[in-house]
Design a protein around this ligand. Structure first.
Ligand code: GDP
Ligand code: MG
Length: 146
């Protein structure tokens, strides 16, 4: 089954909308299989965003992402990486579609509420970056579902 990595960024904690973000995922029917709060060190934030090294937004992005804790989670489901990217919306909230998390809650193209892995390959790498296999739970959805 496909998995993806989501980070609820420090601006979402400041705005106290972590619950709203999680509710959005649950209402979409997404399945949460791992979940925790982490304060990224500067080094870990640099490593996580290594693909952007050298870009003008890299340093401030690393500062922002290591400024306060994040909530990180793994979601599982068919085509889940793409589905989460769709719900997140464009990086820049001014370009994000109606109803997307970034359109609803993001302040600007740095403080944009969520990170979502951009491909299956990235998702695999990013899940491993934050979680060991024994922190990912293979719980059964069927049992208590209405
Ligand atoms: P994402 O995959 O939609 O998150 O976007 P990217 O992978 O291109 O960029 C990673 C993160 O860097 C974004 O989510 C933003 O927080 C930040 N970022 C990207 N582009 C810009 C930009 O042009 N300006 C600023 N300030 N931040 C940016
Ligand atoms: Mg990206």
């Amino acid at each position: 089954m496909e998995r993806t990595l989501v980070i609820i960024k420090p601006d979402a904690l400041s705005k106290k909308i972590v619950g709203k973000v999680i509710t959005t995922f649950e209402e979409e029917g997404f399945k949460i299989v791992a979940f925790k709060m982490v304060l990224l060190s500067r080094e870990k934030a640099e490593e996580f965003y290594a693909e952007h090294k050298g870009k003008e937004f890299y340093e401030p992005l690393v500062n922002f992402m290591s400024s306060n804790p994040c909530v990180v989670m793994v979601l599982e489901g068919e085509n889940i990486a793409q589905k989460v990217r769709d719900i997140a919306g464009n990086t820049d909230p001014q370009k994000a579609g109606e109803g997307t998390l970034r359109k609803l809650y993001a302040q600007d193209n740095r403080h944009n509420i969520v990170h979502a892995a951009d491909s299956l390959e990235s998702a695999e790498r990013e899940v491993k970056f934050f979680f060991s296999e024994n922190e990912i739970h293979h719980w059964e959805e069927r049992i208590y579902k209405k």
